[in-house]
Design a protein around this ligand. Structure first.
Ligand code: URA
Length: 440
């Protein structure tokens, strides 16, 4: 069938066959299908959706469009974790080492930050010497010896997603559940782990602002992962408020280190322990509650921190920065942002907090932009806190003084202050497996 006919079919809400999806993905990757036709198809998918078996078909064809990792050279059960993206989300740096310390292998391929969300690879590269592009044999050796390695995605992994994502980004077709689910799961399936824990964010800093949409996305992704023969589950976690206090690369690494010492912010620690518990569970280490306690034990006795230091050393980084985080270079300029009125913080525009960190230099506006690893924000007050006029609500850090003024105005506008204490928020809203949705 011609691409024109496939677009026509989807425009009328009909399902595409696996053969048609294969033809479409291959034709697009090979350049035979032009961007304008694929853009029309993406928009038709946004409006008409896809059936579950179409989404699975699309995901598997995308995963097969380039290199697929064969992790059989790594002993034991390999469990991956993926977050749909957030602000201050440094969970991988905490739970990867914790899970590895407890005997689950973590052979992780992570991404860079784009837009208002940060990326694990950028955070790790803020550690002097840390290498994120390493050959396969060395990657396998590190995972076998230390239990964990985190690298960037290889150049030819899921080229279909690279091309499709770039097109979605400029055609307003990002926020479609079938397209997000196939984009994320194609990469996870190509990355080769046996188990996948999905951290699906919900709220003002997430792709999915509404809980029910986040659950629908999680269900779709878990169905795809399970259908592809992987152990898979999802937690729906809060991203209506930034996670922890630090936003920005080395600031987040320092906060992850503090968390691995048992001295991290409560919200970050709790989300990390639940995510880690699910990684351990998928890795065959027992029931969720027991796995939670195991994760807490490895956090409190320093095994997680030692594993992070071992991974950093094995990947060429200086482990002294992990054991003495005061070594990280500090941005030369800082500004303490003060509350302009008294009251409770009743809302935080979390995406805006992420944008402020980008303005300060911690993220990229375009792919080719470079990053200032020391720039970012330390939140002193968050949702639910009471502030008096003049209280410091956040400290902004930058390497260029002139960035601070615009950033501080924008950050102030991300806070809403009211006279009544807002309701407390859950950190984990639901768990989704192939058989059930458990709401907390
Ligand atoms: N992250 C991805 O990798 N793809 C999407 O479509 C959205 C978030």
């Amino acid at each position: 069938m011609r691409m024109y006919d496939l677009i026509e079919k989807k425009k009328h809400g009909e399902s595409l066959t696996r053969q048609e999806i294969r033809q479409m993905v291959r034709g697009f990757v090979e350049g035979e299908i032009p961007d304008y036709q694929m853009a029309a198809m993406l928009m038709a998918i946004c409006f008409k959706g896809m059936e579950e078996d179409e989404i699975t078909g699309l995901t598997l064809e995308m995963a097969a469009s380039g290199d697929v990792a064969d992790l059989s050279g790594i002993e034991g059960v390999k469990v991956d974790k993926h977050s749909t993206g957030g602000v201050g989300d440094k969970t991988t740096l905490v739970i990867g080492p914790l899970a590895a310390a407890l005997g689950v292998k973590v052979a992780k391929m992570s991404g860079r930050g784009l837009g208002h969300t940060g990326g694990t690879i950028d955070k790790l590269e803020s550690i002097p010497g840390f290498e994120t592009a390493i050959p396969r044999e060395r990657f396998f050796r590190i995972v076998n010896e230390t239990g964990i390695a985190v690298i960037g995605q290889s150049g030819n992994m899921v080229p279909a997603d690279k091309k499709l994502y770039a097109l979605r980004d400029v055609t307003a077709t990002v926020d479609s559940i079938p397209l997000i689910a196939s984009s994320i799961m194609s990469k996870k399936i190509a990355a080769g782990s046996d188990g996948i824990v999905l951290d699906v964010k919900t709220g003002s800093g997430a792709f999915m602002k509404e809980l029910e949409d986040s659950i629908a996305l999680a269900r779709e992704m878990v169905a795809i992962g399970t259908g592809a023969g992987r152990r898979c589950c999802a937690l729906i976690t809060d991203m209506d408020v930034p996670l922890g206090s630090a936003i920005g690369n080395s600031l987040e690494v320092i906060e992850a280190i503090e968390t691995l010492k048992g001295k991290g912010p409560e919200d970050l620690t709790e989300v990390c322990l639940w995510l880690c518990a699910h990684m351990l569970h998928l890795g065959g280490k027992g029931q969720i509650r027991g796995c939670y306690d195991m994760a807490k034990g490895a956090l409190m006795d320093g095994r997680g921190l030692q594993t992070l230091a071992a991974m950093v050393k094995a990947q060429g980084g200086d482990p002294a920065y992990i054991l003495e985080p005061e070594r990280f270079e500090k941005a030369p300029f800082c500004l303490a942002l003060q509350a302009e009125e008294e009251g409770f913080i009743t809302h935080m525009d979390t995406a805006r907090c992420g944008i402020v960190s980008v303005i300060l230099g911690a993220g990229r506006e375009r792919k080719e932009d470079s990053i200032d690893y020391s720039a970012g924000i330390l939140l002193e007050k968050k949702y639910g806190d009471f502030v008096k006029k003049g209280d410091i609500i956040a400290v902004l850090r930058a390497s260029r003084k002139e960035l601070l003024e615009e950033a501080s105005k924008k950050l102030l506008s991300a806070y809403t202050i009211g006279s009544e204490a807002p309701p407390s928020k859950k950190l984990v809203y639901a768990m989704v497996t192939k058989d059930q949705i458990v709401r907390f």
